[in-house]
Design a protein around this ligand. Structure first.
Ligand SMILES: Nc1ncnc2c1ncn2[C@@H]1O[C@H](COP(=O)(O)OP(=O)(O)OP(=O)(O)O)[C@@H](O)[C@H]1O
Length: 695
């Protein structure tokens, strides 16, 4: 009654003193009503409907954590993909996508600030929305039905504890009923996946909540993660990281950024079409966006001549991409030489590593070198020992010298990802692979049911695993190519401006020009000066380092090398290192010399791990001549390629011997340029020769 009276008084607007009194009475009356009637009533209602309200309450908590309600930063984000921060991984929470109960798409890219410089070049995401996630009710219903269909016991729809959504997957945590264990669900994974209609990509996982489990379910339609979505985070990360790289977004939709300098090398495995190349492009463009050609150099090795060729002309490149497999080991050897030069230089000035050297010598900055091998399985077939030796050296010693390796492969079988490679590359990324054995080789775990198209798992510095969706430059290949062209133009223009500013340009002083002159193919030679950054990028300090010569061939050592190679029927860098107690570079130089002179085969024999000693340098000319003659008599064939293959000789040697056989009137010379040698002996002479030989 008092409250009603006060409202009437306020409505009639009487004297101010009366109005003040009425306001006070009204306030007391409302407070009294709330205490006696309102709060008990609401509490009773909430208690009665507590089960139904809990998911909503949890969602409200999630929203608060996600700062969607702008109530301050989260303190206890709960996520399946939460891992110890291994290897410089940065998982930022600026644009998380959480479970939205009403299928409303969530903005993925967030509000993009206006970018400048190379950051502005990334194509914008035409569809910056995440896939819609299930509501709590739908999720509860789905889990209830699926679990029952799989033959497990669940009496009522489970309580949903959280729904985390990334670009590819949603992770639904739910309370387990008393008699259902996580292990029961794991055992029935295939049945559950089948009933949920997601054979690939579905997973049963543990959850951070007590007595709970989680279902990982792919979105019906996946969101595309663009590099431009993460450009703000990349810019921010580049202030602290030395070699910042964008991986993509994790299972909560948080950006995953990694500092390559901390890994410090990376193995990337993925079956064809799994998204390996798109991902490597993201890594390269992250580096080429955040770091200038003076700060980081790339050595790109692309034997398939497909993926990395488009970077030709980017000023960050030490040389145009190396495509000839025979030159790859030379290119890698050059990197080892460069690494050793850096160590010598650091020792002279008392620097521990590149970072310290660059800090103390701001005028003589030495760039990082990132070597990317698109497919190294082919190289392992050609020169397993060479590749393993170099990889081992670079991975063990490269970090301090600022030299880092990214190695990709489609075939991560045990003969490709060997024990040596694995133990030296503890940071690995797997995209979809062909078999459970391949996953075991790369990640040491079973099949994680990856979806392909950039759905990957990273395991950095031997730490825990983190699932992520890799970022792509664009969904459109043409747009990607155009972007790379723009990036090249940007840095070329930037370099021209630098060049105009500097009077001290001296083309011949580029260290890389010399280091890689042997690696450059004829195709490289035809590159215009504009396309070859080396001639445009001199650095004084590097010119000093360049003056050091490669080890020279010492005659008496070379004789020992030849003896060793002959005795072992082949040669390798490791054999020479052990037998002669010489360093890696010197050993590799002698192996190269033997190859150049044709004393050993150019390729390693995968079985022996040696470059085989060639027959023609092992036996005297007389013996060889007799062997060729006998073979021709036995086969009645004078085809030089057959003889070459059958007797393991070089072509030149076979032709030389055939010339001698013409002089001995055993063969007749070719009568035309296309014709071959013919047998001059008749059948009787051939037969008596063979009879004599047998005796
Ligand atoms: N991050 C991504 N987001 C969306 N789609 C992707 C992503 N990565 C890859 N894809 C899709 O998968 C296709 C194949 O990717 P990619 O060329 O990187 O495969 P790959 O593993 O390198 O295969 P290969 O070794 O045969 O070259 C792409 O054309 C694209 O359609």
């Amino acid at each position: 009654m008092a409250a009603l009276g006060s409202v009437v008084v306020l409505f009639l607007q009487p004297a101010p003193e009366l109005s003040h009194l009425a306001k006070m009475v009204l306030r007391y009356a409302v407070t009294l009503w709330l205490c006696i009637v309102g709060v008990p009533h609401i509490t009773t209602f909430a208690w009665k409907h507590r089960k139904r309200m809990r998911p909503w309450f949890n969602q409200l908590l999630q929203m608060i954590r996600n700062r969607e309600l702008k109530l301050g930063p989260s303190s206890s984000d709960i996520s399946l993909s939460k891992l110890p921060n291994a290897g410089g991984v940065e998982s930022m929470s600026s644009t998380p996508e959480r479970g939205e109960p009403n299928h409303r798409p969530v903005m993925l890219a967030g509000v993009q600030s206006v970018q400048s410089g190379p950051y502005a070049l990334f194509p914008p995401n035409p569809r910056p929305y995440s896939s819609s996630t299930l509501s709590a009710e739908q999720a509860s219903e789905l889990i209830f039905n699926t679990v029952q269909l799989a033959g497990l016991k669940m009496d009522e729809p489970p309580e949903i504890l959280s729904i985390d959504a990334g670009p590819t997957l949603q992770t639904i945590s739910f309370r387990l009923p008393a008699r259902l264990q996580l292990s029961d669900l794991v055992k029935k994974r295939d049945d559950l996946a089948n009933h949920i209609g997601q054979d690939q990509g579905f997973a049963v996982a543990s959850s951070a909540f007590p007595s709970s489990a989680a279902f990982v379910i792919p979105h019906q339609e996946r969101a595309f993660v663009y590099m431009s979505d993460l450009v703000n985070e990349l810019r921010e990360f580049s202030k602290t990281a030395q070699l910042p790289m964008v991986f993509g977004k994790d299972m909560e939709g948080k950006p995953v950024l990694v500092d390559l300098a901390k890994l410090p090398h990376l193995l990337v495995a993925g079956f064809t079409g799994s998204g390996k190349s798109v991902y490597i492009n993201g890594l390269l463009t992250s580096l080429a966006t955040t770091r200038s050609p003076q700060q980081v150099k790339f050595l790109l090795i692309d034997p398939k001549m497909v993926e990395l060729m488009m970077y030709t002309g980017l000023p960050h490149l030490i040389s145009p991409p190396v495509t000839d497999p025979m030159r790859v080991s030379l290119a890698l050897k050059k990197i080892v030489v460069e690494m050793e030069k850096r160590y010598t230089r650091f020792a002279q000035v008392g620097a521990r590593n590149l970072l310290q050297y660059n800090r103390n010598h701001p005028q003589e900055q030495i760039p990082y070198i990132v070597t990317v091998i698109d497919e190294y399985a082919d190289l392992m077939v050609l020169a397993k020992t060479d590749v393993e030796d170099t990889v081992q050296r670079l991975t063990q010693m490269g970090r301090a010298a600022g030299i880092h390796l990214i190695m990709g492969t489609q075939r991560p079988s045990v003969d490709v990802v060997t024990g040596v490679i694995k133990s030296n590359l503890p940071s690995r990324v797997a995209f979809q692979l062909r078999s459970v054995y391949d996953y075991k080789t790369v990640l040491d775990t079973g099949n994680p049911h990856l979806l392909g198209g950039g759905d990957g798992i990273c395991m950095l510095n031997g730490g825990g695993q983190k699932r992520f969706q890799s970022a792509a430059i664009s969904a459109d290949d043409d747009e990607t190519t155009q972007y790379i062209e723009k990036l090249k133009s940007y840095w070329r223009n930037d370099m021209r401006m630098d060049k105009a500013d500097s009077e001290q340009v001296n083309e011949s002083s580029s260290v890389f020009a010399t280091i890689f002159e042997e690696v450059e193919t004829e195709q490289m030679a035809t590159e215009s000066v504009e396309q070859n950054p080396l001639s445009e990028f001199p650095t004084g300090e590097w010119a000093d380092l360049e003056e050091e010569e490669e080890p020279l061939i010492n005659e008496s050592v070379y004789e020992q090398v030849i003896r060793l190679a002959r005795d072992h029927n082949g040669v390798s860098g490791r054999l020479l290192q052990q037998a002669l107690n010489i360093d890696y570079i010197t050993a590799a130089t002698y192996v190269d010399q033997l190859s150049k002179e044709g004393k050993v085969a150019p390729e390693y024999d995968p079985e022996t791990g040696l470059k085989p000693w060639l027959v023609d340098s092992r036996e005297s000319d007389e013996k060889l001549l007799l062997r060729v003659q006998r073979m021709i008599c036995e086969t009645r064939s004078t085809r030089s390629t057959d003889i070459q293959q059958a007797l393991g000789m070089r072509k030149e040697k076979v032709l030389q011997l055939m010339g001698q056989l013409v002089k001995l009137d055993f063969l007749l010379p070719p009568t035309s340029t296309k014709g071959g040698y013919t047998l001059a002996w008749d059948e009787d002479r051939i037969q008596s020769f063979l009879d004599n030989e047998e005796e």
